[in-house]
Write a new protein. Structure first.
Length: 183
């Protein structure tokens, strides 16, 4: 039992970190579908982060129900006229809709609008990756290895030239060297 209590804190943090990152990626993916769907005039019935029973949620002024569900392993955007979160359409339900209601359903949109809505999720993930990596490189910068001597082999040309551990190489053949890559 003591091994479980010693492993759990680190495993628990890893699991929580994984679920947080997954939820962030899923949120932006679904937000891409949501925003382009709304821009194309499609009514969004539900925006769900997670699956299963709803933990909490609210309705916005456009009639979209925003929810956070118990199992944070995915999510979905359910457009008007969809039978489920996979955008499966119930033809009978759509046929029974009044014309004004049918006009704002996903299935009633032309092909380019549906394609844009479907492609918006992966595109949102691509843009999220660019933003994250830009932030990482902005904060950390680019790693530059300074041209310093880390070792001198006995009997080598470097030893004969008088190189010593920690020496910084500033030029080679009269050409300035700023990084290890310049050598």
């Amino acid at each position: 039992m003591s091994i479980l209590t010693s492993i759990w804190p680190s495993a628990g943090y890893i699991l929580l970190g994984f679920l947080f990152v997954l939820s962030l990626v899923v949120f932006f993916h679904e937000l891409g579908h949501f925003l382009i769907g709304r821009w194309c005039g499609v009514k969004v019935d539900t925006f769900s982060l997670g699956f299963g029973p709803e933990l909490f949620g609210f309705d916005d002024r456009y009639g979209t129900h925003w929810r956070v569900a118990a199992f944070p392993l995915g999510g979905y955007v359910r457009f008007h006229g969809d039978a489920n979160g996979a955008s499966m359409t119930d033809a009978d339900v759509v046929a029974a809709m009044p014309p004004r209601e049918r006009a704002v359903s996903f299935v009633a949109q032309n092909v380019w609008k549906r394609a844009a809505i479907v492609a918006a999720g992966p595109l949102a993930n691509f843009l999220l990756a660019i933003v994250i990596f830009t932030g990482i490189f902005y904060v950390n910068g680019r790693a530059i290895l300074l041209p310093t001597v880390d070792g001198v082999a006995a009997g080598s040309a470097a030893e004969a030239a008088g190189f010593q551990l920690g020496d910084r190489i500033i030029s080679i053949g009269g050409i300035t060297v700023d990084s290890f890559e310049d050598m």
